[in-house]
Structures are given as C-alpha cells and as structure tokens.
Design a protein around this ligand. Structure first.
Ligand SMILES: CC(=O)N[C@H]1[C@@H](OP(=O)(O)OP(=O)(O)OC[C@H]2O[C@@H](n3ccc(=O)[nH]c3=O)[C@H](O)[C@@H]2O)O[C@H](CO)[C@@H](O)[C@@H]1O[C@H](C)C(=O)N[C@@H](C)C(=O)N[C@H](CCC(=O)O)C(=O)O
Ligand SMILES: Nc1ncnc2c1ncn2[C@@H]1O[C@H](COP(=O)(O)OP(=O)(O)OP(=O)(O)O)[C@@H](O)[C@H]1O
Length: 484
C-alpha cells in the first residue's frame, strides 16, 4: 500500500514527492520494520513521541504524531487523535476485514467471556464458523491464538480479522479498548450490553464516564444493526431509553420483566424458562446462577438474530462444555466441592457467591480470594463485605501483584476489611491460603476460589503450583497418596 493513499484515507493533507510503499503499521517503536508507518501516541505510561527517532532508526518510512513539529529528519505528519487514526489506518491497511464477517461486539462489566463462549458454541453448533476475541484466548480459523488483552491493540486486531476466514466474529469489547479507540474502523452487525457495575474506576474516574465509554460500542453498529441490551440495572435501562430513540437500530431487550423482548423466570439449578413473543420454552442452564441465565439469554437472542431458531439453540446448549475458570467445579476425595471462578468485581463476587451458597445449602462455604495490585482500590471493601456476608469463612490472600510489594498489598487488604465482628483470615501466600481452606473445611463443604480463574500465577509461592486449579490438584494428590 502506498503512503499517499493511506494519508488520503485518513484525511491528512500531504504534499510529498516520494510515495513510499508502506509495509506495515506500528505504534510501538520497537516493532517498527523497514517501510513501516509509525503512529506516535501519548499513553498512560509513556509518550510515543519520545520514540519517533527510534522508529526512524528501525526503518520507519513515515511517522504520524500529535506534535506540530519534531526535531530531526524523516517524513513526519501532524494530525490530531493518533489513537483513532492508528485504528483507521490498520483497518484500511488490512482491507477493512470486518466486511468479510458478521460482527458481534459484547460489552459489560461482567459476563463478556461467558456470553461470547456461549454464542460461539451456538453458532458453531449451527455450522457457522466463528472466530472469538477475548480474555481467555482468541480463536481464529479453528486455532487458538494466545490473548494478551481482552480487546487486542488495533494492529493485532485488524491483522487477525484479516487472517480469519470465519463467517462470524464474536468479540469481547473492553472499556479500555473502547476508550483507546482500538475498535475504530470496525462496523458491527450486532452489539450486546450485559451490565455495568463498579469496576475500573482507577481508569475511568466515575461511573458516568465508565458508562459513556461502554455505550460508545453502539455507535459502531451498522445501519439497522441489532442492539441487545440487558434491561436489569439502571445503566441497561438508560441505554435502552437512549437507543430506542434511534430508528436506525433494532433494539432488543432481555431481563426479568414481561416488557422485555426476551424475558426469563423460574431460574432453577438445571434450567430456566424463557419467553419470547408467543414462545414459552425451558432452557437448560449451562452454568449455575441467575446471572448465567441472563448471559445465556443474551447468547440465544444474538443467535436468533443470526437466524438460529431458539429451539435449535436449546438443543445446542445441551453439549456446552463450560469455560475455563468460570464456575469450574471439581470434587475432592472427602466430598468437598471446589469452585474456581474469575469473579473480580463486587457484583461478580456477589453473583457467584449467591450461586455458590445456593449450592452449599446448609453446608459450610469457604471463600478464598485476593486483590490485584495497582487496580481500582475503591472496590475492595465492598468485595470483602460481600464475602463475609455469604461465606462461613473468608480467607484473604493476594492476586497478581502488578508491581506492588506483596507486604504492601497485604497491608492494603487488611486496611480494606470492614469493621465487623467477623474477621477474615489473611494469608499472603496464595497457595498457602488455598491449602488452609482445603485442610480446614469439613468434609462435604463448598470452597470457592475467586479472582484468577484459569490464569497462571504471575508470582511464585510456597507450594509448587502455577494456578488455583493446580494448587487444588496438588493438595488432592498429596492427600490421596496419604490415604493409600
Ligand atoms: C492502561 C492501558 O490500557 N494501556 C494500554 C495502552 O497503553 P498506552 O497507550 O498507555 O501506552 P504506553 O505504555 O503509555 O506508551 C505510549 C506509547 O508509546 C509507545 N512506546 C512505548 C515504549 C517504547 O519503547 N516505544 C514506544 O513506541 C507505546 O507503544 C504507546 O503507543 O495501549 C497499549 C497498546 O495497545 C496496551 O498494551 C496497554 O495495555 C496495558 C498493558 C494494560 O494492562 N491494559 C489493560 C488494563 C487492558 O487493556 N485491559 C482490558 C480488559 C480490562 C477488563 O475488562 O478487565 C483489555 O482489553 O485487555
Ligand atoms: N452477567 C453477569 N453479571 C454479574 N456477574 C457475572 C456475570 N457473568 C459472569 N459474572 C461473574 O464475573 C466473572 C467473570 O465473568 P466473565 O469472564 O464472563 O466476564 P468478563 O466480562 O469477560 O470479565 P473480564 O473481561 O474481566 O474477563 C464470572 O466468573 C462470574 O463470577
């Protein structure tokens, strides 16, 4: 692709004699190769304009930045909003690959991974080849691609969209992705709003700006595209009101009210009832909890928009195999049931503990979890409060340190404990904390470990294990051996 064509697509005026061939796009100076177009971006940690020289040294054919002028030599163009331009350029460079697929974007504080796995399962079961972008992994042309971000950076995203020969693309769209305009240059056929509750206030500042950021996903919908909105919660209702004024969209709501296009009732352990227009059906619950009945309804509604009848989706749900680290269950030799879950927000913890305590009934419920360093501190106290309310015993530990000293994180965690009579145990070593719960919980208890889900530990701990599941399995194998 020639530089002039790219600049003209981005509406950047340029009078240049040479028109070099652009061989790639980059926003990180160290990824620049000869012939690349480099975008200088002012970020949270660094300022890409400081790396322009390095980009030229690595062979950049040209640079686009937000400074009016730069010192030094090289083809430089001034423009506003390089984050947006980077995404538009990447989309153009890779031939606007969204056009090859039917595109679904899913946003919300919690449930993006769950809903995207469910929708992918329904589509694939119906014979629609489906790519997936998300936290656990990306999935392109039936191959798993490692994921470093829920919503990848624009160059990776557009490259993978171009690589994908899949008919459909189901994409988790994070608020960071939206704020950083990573999805600019994509038009969606359908977009799903799951919920909005307390998270990421370290980044967004207020719930209002967090909401406005999430709501932006719907501005990327095509004309007559479908908006699927969970109308539970104030923000879902607000979005429904705002979008229903837009005659260019098809707005479907789901929730627990008869006024919803898809409404649910009688959520049990195994199934729930779904009502859509004149259809009343019983749907198998693929994962426990009312929140998963809602996630499943979102996936069924999205599948219907793809032309998949609800009754077919119900059949397909019977073969859903679950998701790593989302209410993942295993039973110990002594009858205790262990649940590994990715809940890491107050609402996520509340929902999953409600489901776990229903499962536990009169049996003791132990809860092990910790906080990530350098992430929204304001949600911690609420999360501990919820844990203390639902669990027989709470064991607090650490999650990823993210550069924070472990003792410091433990101190911050202790400071977040609400002043209640029931004090949680605090154990700095995550493997020790899990093993303590496993040892202490009487036979036939329920133990829930939240926060990390399937992710590998980033820290090293006392016991030789690299994930919550591996720690439980280590304990299980040692104790089985002791019994023999
Ligand atoms: C806060 C945040 O989201 N930051 C993301 C953002 O970084 P940034 O724009 O702030 O970049 P920066 O590090 O300040 O650097 C500024 C610029 O200088 C450039 N640079 C920097 C160094 C250098 O040597 N040369 C160079 O050119 C950088 O490439 C960048 O363009 O853009 C980068 C490139 O796309 C991302 O890798 C980075 O993700 C960081 C690592 C991150 O942890 N992000 C998380 C919070 C995130 O995005 N999470 C969401 C899911 C959240 C959830 O729902 O749980 C996700 O979608 O994954
Ligand atoms: N609809 C929901 N409402 C509230 N909590 C939910 C919902 N769905 C899932 N959860 C809880 O949130 C946790 C994370 O779920 P999931 O991974 O599907 O969300 P996510 O939005 O993809 O999160 P992330 O982007 O951080 O990975 C689950 O393990 C569960 O505890």
């Amino acid at each position: 692709m020639k530089l002039k064509a790219l600049l003209s697509h981005l509406h950047i005026p340029a009078t240049i004699e040479d028109d070099p061939v652009i061989t790639g796009i980059a926003s990180h100076s160290k990824k620049v190769k000869p012939g690349y177009l480099f975008f200088a971006i002012s970020g949270v940690e660094a300022d890409g304009h400081q790396y322009i020289q390095e980009a030229f040294e690595n062979g950049a054919a040209a640079v686009i930045g937000e400074y009016q002028k730069i010192s030094g030599k090289g083809l430089y163009f001034y423009a506003e909003d390089t984050k947006r331009l980077l995404s538009l350029a990447a989309s153009y460079f890779y031939d606007e690959p969204y056009k090859k697929h039917k595109m679904t974007g899913i946003t919300g504080t919690n449930g993006k991974t769950t809903t995207s796995f469910l929708l992918q399962h329904l589509l694939v079961s119906h014979g629609v080849s489906t790519a997936l972008f998300g936290t656990v992994h990306h999935y392109i042309n039936s191959n798993i691609v490692k994921s470093s971000h829920t919503t990848p950076d624009p160059v990776t995203l557009q490259h993978l969209l171009n690589e994908s020969d899949d008919q459909a693309v189901v994409m988790e769209v994070s608020s960071h992705g939206l704020e950083q305009k990573r999805i600019e240059g994509i038009t969606y056929d359908q977009a799903i709003f799951l919920n909005l509750t307390h998270d990421h206030l370290d980044y967004h500042g207020t719930m209002e700006s967090y909401y406005l950021c999430k709501a932006k996903l719907f501005s990327y919908l095509k004309n007559k595209g479908t908006a699927i909105i969970c109308s539970e919660g104030t923000y879902g209702k607000r979005l429904r009101e705002e979008l229903s004024r837009d005659n260019n969209l098809q707005v479907w709501t789901y929730g627990k009210r008869k006024s919803d296009h898809f409404y649910i009732e009688d959520v049990g352990k195994e199934s729930f009832n779904l009502i859509h227009e004149t259809l009343h059906v019983t749907v198998p619950l693929p994962l426990p909890g009312e929140y998963n009945a809602l996630n499943t309804t979102a996936a069924i509604a999205a599948a219907l928009d793809y032309g998949i009848p609800i009754k077919s989706s119900i059949e397909y749900l019977k073969t859903f195999e679950g998701i790593p680290g989302r209410f993942e269950e295993l039973t110990l030799y002594n009858g205790t049931e262990v649940i590994i879950d990715y809940a890491h927000t107050p609402d996520g913890v509340l929902q999953v503990l409600e489901a776990a305590s229903k499962k536990a009934g009169n049996r003791p419920l132990y809860h092990v979890f910790g906080f990530r360093g350098n992430r929204d501190l304001t949600k911690r106290q609420e999360m501990i409060g919820i844990s203390l309310e639902y669990s027989t015993k709470t064991v607090l530990t650490v999650d990823d340190l993210n550069g924070v000293d472990r003792d410091q994180l433990v101190l911050e965690t202790k400071e977040a404990i609400p002043k209640t009579s029931q004090m949680p145990i605090v154990i700095a070593d995550r493997t020790e904390a899990i093993i303590l719960a496993l040892k202490e919980a009487p036979p036939n208890s329920v133990i829930i470990i939240t926060g990390k889900g399937p992710e590998k530990y980033k820290e090293s701990y006392h016991h030789p294990s690299d994930s919550d599941l591996a720690t439980v399995e280590l304990f299980q194998s040692q104790n089985k051996a002791a019994l023999l």
